[in-house]
Design a protein around this ligand. Structure first.
Ligand SMILES: Cc1ncc(COP(=O)(O)O)c(C=O)c1O
Length: 359
């Protein structure tokens, strides 16, 4: 079976060498030396000043809303993984969906402003597939209306926009280090702040709101373990090579797919891309379903990513039922193809042959 993705696993010896350090320190979790070393490495790699390593890329969205004291309406994208919407709902805020732009599949700044009311407190946007949102325009709208900006940058590790890590935009930015991501710590994530006070607040939030016997604030358990940090320490130096391999695999797809029948979401100017995913858009859902069936018949498992459009989720409150024609349309027609840094060329050829014959 060829699945949509395959987690990269380093040489076990390398991982064991890091694990041996845990046996020496006897520290398994709670902001231990490997976790701190990983945070130092991440700061250096991403050229960021403040970063907190966490258990996953969902809890950090919740922490971001909490840290910015968001309690009302959050204008968000309907084209993302469900974690983005769920974090807003989990924090008892109200997602208000602004449609996406057909140019980049990201939230359309033109659709944000008409949705702003006196209840609006924040914009939470996703850099979909690792492609940067229109960050300048979003910031300009946020400044004009005194709103916070939170970026779900789960897909962006290693990608830059205008020479800066995409994680450097917004009031707070979050990333996922899940096993399927460009950089992973098995499970994991991070949150990026821009000043020491916010960084300290997030540090406290991450471990129940206290340090030793001093209790500062509410908090949650979002600290990750030394075992996860160990995987991160092994993975981090490999990221440039893994992105180069992903680029090569994308090139194999680019050279073989029939682009008269299949479209690709365009990348924004100013991006240095991380090749996080390989999504394609078909002419209709009917074609997509035919392609999906043909791929599965050939033991190839793609993924409808993202589907459904999040404004169509059954469990939304009435206030969140905006109509988003562009997102609803793309969600029906987009398919993520098998894609990972070790995918061999002959497999790409096989996937492309099935797709080209079916469309
Ligand atoms: C856009 C987006 N946001 C958030 C998440 C959640 O990340 P995690 O699985 O680390 O909680 C994901 C996971 O794939 C995602 O794709």
């Amino acid at each position: 079976m060829l699945f949509v993705t395959k987690s990269y696993l380093p040489d076990p010896e390398e991982y064991h060498r890091q694990l041996e350090r845990i046996w020496k320190t006897g520290i398994l979790t709670n902001d231990g030396p490997l976790g701190r070393e990983l945070e130092d490495g991440l700061r250096e790699f991403l050229k960021l000043k403040f970063i907190k390593f966490t258990t996953n890329g969902t809890v950090v969205l919740q922490m971001a809303l909490k840290a910015l004291k968001i309690t009302g309406e959050v204008i968000t994208t309907p084209f993302s993984y469900v974690a983005t919407t769920n974090a807003i709902l989990w924090e008892n805020c109200t997602p208000i969906f602004a449609d996406i732009s057909p140019d980049d599949f990201n939230i359309d700044p033109d659709k944000i402003e008409p949705l702003i009311t006196e209840r609006t407190q924040a914009i939470m946007a996703t850099h979909v597939y690792g492609n940067a949102c229109q960050v300048e325009r979003i910031q300009e709208i946020a400044d004009r209306h005194n709103l916070n900006v939170i970026y779900d940058a789960a897909h962006t590790f290693g990608a830059t926009y205008q020479g800066r890590s995409i994680l450097s935009y917004g009031d707070l930015s979050t990333c996922s280090f899940h096993a399927t991501k460009v950089f992973h710590t098995i499970e994991g994530g991070c949150i990026v702040a821009h000043d020491e006070a916010m960084n300290q607040k997030l540090h406290n939030y991450r471990s129940f709101g206290h340090r030793n016997d001093d209790y500062y604030s509410i908090g949650i358990n979002a600290k990750n373990s030394e075992f996860h940090a160990a995987m991160g320490l092994v993975m981090l130096p490999k990221v440039p090579e893994l992105i180069a391999k992903r680029k090569q695999v994308a090139g194999w797809y680019d050279a073989r797919l029939n682009f008269d029948r299949v479209k690709r979401p365009p990348l924004r100017d100013g991006m240095v891309y991380n090749y996080a995913y390989y999504p394609v858009v078909f002419d209709s859902e009917e074609v997509l379903l035919r392609v999906k069936d043909a791929l599965i018949a050939n033991e190839i498992v793609p993924r409808r990513y993202f589907y459904p459009s999040l404004n169509k989720l059954d469990f939304l409150p009435e206030a969140s039922k905006q109509i988003c024609p562009v997102s609803e349309d793309y969600a029906l027609r987009v398919l993520s193809l098998p894609f990972h840094p070790e995918l061999p060329e002959f497999e790409v050829e096989r996937v492309c042959r099935v797709i080209n014959e079916t469309v």
